[in-house]
Ligand binder design. Structure first.
Ligand code: FRU
Length: 479
């Protein structure tokens, strides 16, 4: 379908307007069981992930009308355990002059009283020139949404129109609030700029550009930046665009991180190692972190299971995108370690016999293994499905999705290989109707991919030594 501008930027006046679309979509094949997915239309970045008053709040970028980027809303979900989620409806509407063409990505701050959401008002004038504003919304405990009548600040003239995705940070030592924004300088290089204030909701001033020694020329725009403090380290997470990275095929959009030290005095982030990607698979972008409650050694990360400029087989069903499962984030040997949350075990329903070689629509597979391994998921007598191949002598693991009947985004490469630091001993696979998340060796590596199996592809085959368990998983989304 070709979308006109009017169709993409159509304003949603009431939830009733999308009922017929919603009803149609519920009957399509690839709806997920335990991942956050849009009720209709397109989901992209997770936003405003935060814990408050006994609940986790997680929002996402949402375009109601179909699998297309257009007028963006913040859609709200809630969870008590980060496993079961409830849809709460639209939270931020792009209904002001300053956000007339979209309430773009941002983050959350909890004060004593309620939640504050910082986002980018994507304004466009009559000539379709973009003017980004940094805006604020108060989400009160009674569920009411109060938008500030004016933005906190507008664009900085020394950068291009690409200035967005505010991350709010409170720096305790100096009792100062910072907002960091992803930006592009006039030489078309990706940058992070900072604003600061003594107050979370007023008096914001430009503080300067973040210096990241060694990364002055690293992609033309940095989207969704964030600085997390985990254990004794600072971690700068961002999405450099339009750059090729070794081991990532022809992909030009990445989500990765630098571990290092943040100095708010000099506005310098000094990395102590290389840029690493967060996920070695295919479909993962715009990760958002929430601070863990009561434990600074951990954070929680969730990402968009999708990519900019990509299309997916569900596009024709008028929906696209979902979020990854939230993951526990820690640091080991100067690397981020991502593990499934313990609470996910509560979804395990029935243990089934691996010898039958059947892959249920929603399941978890846990394997202890040693030596070479070759596994085919969603294979048939004629096709290989998704191949997971591990070679012990090189310690390299490959995930190849070219054997699926439904192939997509082929031009970005259909296989990803990663060399492990340690021999492969442990795998945990989370399979939902249209996604696969592969956790390697207790968080050493993670591969995420969308996958769209047909009915006859729900099988698997294993060649190698493994002790394996499979559980079907329960549904975790409540509408
Ligand atoms: C990243 C992004 C953000 C922007 C949002 C708009 O995927 O482009 O930079 O705020 O999506 O939906």
């Amino acid at each position: 379908k070709e979308w006109t501008k009017e169709e993409r930027y159509r304003v949603l006046k009431s939830a009733d307007e999308i009922k017929p679309l919603y009803n149609r979509i519920q009957l399509t094949h690839y709806r997920q069981h335990f991942h956050i997915q849009p009720i209709t239309g397109l989901l992209n970045d997770p936003n405003g992930f935060v814990y408050h008053d006994g609940k986790w709040h997680l929002f996402y970028q949402w375009c109601p009308w179909g699998a297309v980027h257009g007028l963006k809303y913040w859609y709200q979900t809630e969870s008590k355990d980060l496993v079961h989620f409830e849809n709460k409806g639209v939270c931020i509407k792009p209904d002001c002059e300053y956000d007339n063409k979209g309430a773009y990505s941002g983050s959350a701050l909890v004060t004593e009283h309620s939640i504050y959401l910082y986002y980018t008002g994507n304004h466009r004038d009559e000539d379709w020139k973009r003017i980004p504003y940094t805006c604020l919304v108060n989400l009160r405990d009674d569920g009411s949404v109060h938008k500030y009548s004016k933005p906190l600040f507008g664009p900085n003239d020394n950068y291009t129109e690409h200035q967005r995705d505010p991350k709010i940070i409170y720096h305790k030592e100096t009792e100062t609030y910072y907002i960091i924004l992803g930006a592009q300088n006039k030489q078309k290089q990706g940058r992070i700029i900072l604003y600061k204030s003594k107050y979370f909701n007023r008096d914001w001033v430009f503080a300067g550009e973040l210096k990241v020694p060694g990364f002055e020329d690293f992609g033309d725009m940095w989207e969704c930046p964030s600085i997390e403090h985990i254990g004794d380290h600072d971690v700068l997470i961002f999405c450099p665009q339009h750059i090729k990275i070794k081991g990532r095929g022809d992909s030009i959009h990445h989500n990765g991180y630098l571990i290092g030290k943040m100095d708010y005095e000099t506005l310098t982030f000094t990395p102590i190692g290389d840029f690493h990607v967060l996920d070695f698979g295919f479909d993962s972008y715009a990760a958002e972190c929430a601070a863990n409650i009561g434990n600074n050694d951990k954070a929680i990360l969730v990402a968009w299971m999708g990519l900019p400029d990509a299309s997916y087989p569900t596009d024709e069903d008028e929906w696209s995108g979902c979020l990854t499962m939230p993951r526990e984030l820690t640091i080991r040997n100067r690397r981020l370690i991502q593990r499934p949350l313990d609470a996910l075990k509560s979804l395990r329903h029935q243990e089934i016999d691996p010898d039958e070689g059947i892959l249920p629509e929603a399941c978890e597979i846990e394997m202890h293994t040693s030596g070479n391994l070759e596994m085919h998921l969603f294979n048939t007598p004629q096709t290989d499905g998704i191949t997971i191949l591990y070679e012990d002598d090189t310690k390299s693991i490959t995930i190849d999705r070219s054997g699926m009947k439904k192939r997509f985004n082929k031009e970005q490469g259909e296989a990803r290989t990663r060399q492990l630091d340690h021999p492969l001993t442990h795998l945990r696979l989370f399979i939902d109707t249209s996604s696969l998340e592969v956790y390697v060796n207790d968080g050493d590596a993670l591969f995420t991919t969308r996958v769209f199996p047909e009915a006859e592809e729900h099988h698997f085959t294993l060649i190698g030594l493994a002790d394996m368990k499979i559980w079907t998983l329960e549904d975790a989304m409540k509408n």
